[in-house]
Design a protein around this ligand. Structure first.
Ligand code: NAP
Length: 311
């Protein structure tokens, strides 16, 4: 069994949670935070959160848990009884977790997805920090606020929903949602329509639109947007294709790929080829993690320390 330098296992499972005392005998400080995912080995959350805990001299550890979808309900029940402070959820658990907590914050309610759980007096509170993490990432990467941007979001799944909601809440100039399954983009746009009802100077195109993720539709929109966001897994596989080819991009757009990788993602490469500014999802990962830390501990997350841990 692989162990880390601090004696914890590299990856825990539901079976470990069932026998937590035995699985963590001799582990000090105790594991009271963690991430549930399937797969989870690639998650950078342990590095980010461990750096913050160490910085603030908080004497607990953050574990990695390989939890399958059919195990999620049991795993969440265990942590509520095991003196955990909280948990992060990554793929594919964000939507499942929303149905397992006692309370949802407004963003988690609207997106139907939870990426952070806080346990207080045995109660599970669900939050979603992806949208605000995205907003902070855009400010950091491009020195602009969402409210000043015309934004094209590719995808209508969990991440896209959190991002689109944040764009709407921050009253972005324009929002276009492009998805392979058009009905899902239509539904998301309908849910956000109220945010775009107010008076605002409009150009020749609608302020809120849903379109198919197809070349002709994207080609038309590119001239009317400032920021393109990839919130699909396209490009996650090494050697995979970009969701938008370089020929559809233009030097005036900023491109943000929520996929994070040490190397350039296919979309970031396409953007650079087109002369556009581009960044990948590491900054969003960092900021959503910093917000989770602040939810758990009510104190400022040490951003520079957390950033250094994944650089
Ligand atoms: P999800 O809920 O499964 O949604 C996936 C979306 O991608 C859907 O809109 C889906 O379209 C679309 N899609 C999937 N395969 C496609 C394909 N072959 N061609 C075209 N469209 C396709 O997933 P999610 O939770 O939103 O995650 C999406 C990505 O966001 C992840 O890969 C992850 O890298 C990234 N993410 C990053 C962060 C961060 O902190 N940086 C945080 C969260 C997520 P349909 O509706 O047509 O199926």
């Amino acid at each position: 069994m692989k162990r880390t330098r601090s004696g914890t296992k590299q990856v825990y499972t539901l079976a470990d949670l069932e026998n937590w005392e035995k699985a963590t005998r001799g582990i000090s400080p105790p594991i009271r935070l963690g991430v549930f995912g399937d797969p989870v080995a690639h998650s950078l959350s342990p590095q980010i959160q461990s750096a913050a805990l160490k910085h603030h001299k908080i004497d607990i550890q953050y574990g990695r848990f390989h939890i399958r979808p059919n195990e999620l309900a049991s795993a969440v029940e265990f942590i509520s009884k095991l003196d955990f402070i909280g948990i992060n959820l990554t793929l594919p658990h964000k939507i499942g977790a929303a149905g397992l907590v006692d309370e949802l914050d407004e963003t988690a309610k609207r997106t139907g997805a939870v990426n952070t759980i806080k346990i207080e007096n045995g109660k599970l509170r669900g939050f979603n920090t992806d949208g605000r993490g995205f907003s902070r990432a855009i400010r950091e990467e491009f020195s602009v606020d969402l409210r000043d941007l015309r934004i094209l979001v590719l995808g209508a799944g969990g991440a896209a929903r959190a991002i689109a909601l944040e764009c709407a809440k921050e009253s972005c100039e324009r929002l276009v949602i492009a998805n392979r399954t058009l009905e899902k983009a239509d539904k998301l746009a309908d849910e956000l329509r109220d945010f775009f009802a107010g008076p605002r100077v409009l150009g020749p195109v609608a302020r809120l639109q849903s379109i198919p993720l197809e070349e002709a539709a994207i080609r038309f929109q590119i001239g009317h947007v400032d920021l393109v966001v990839n919130a699909t897994p396209l490009g996650l596989d090494r050697g995979g294709a970009s969701p938008i080819p370089a020929r559809l991009l233009a030097p005036h757009v900023m491109v943000y790929d929520t996929i994070y990788s040490a190397n350039r993602t296919p979309l970031v490469s396409a953007a650079i080829e087109a002369g556009a500014r581009a960044a990948n999802g590491l900054s969003m990962l960092l900021h959503q993690g910093a917000l989770a830390f602040e939810i758990w501990f009510q104190r400022e997350a040490p951003l520079d320390v957390m950033r250094k841990a994944i650089d």
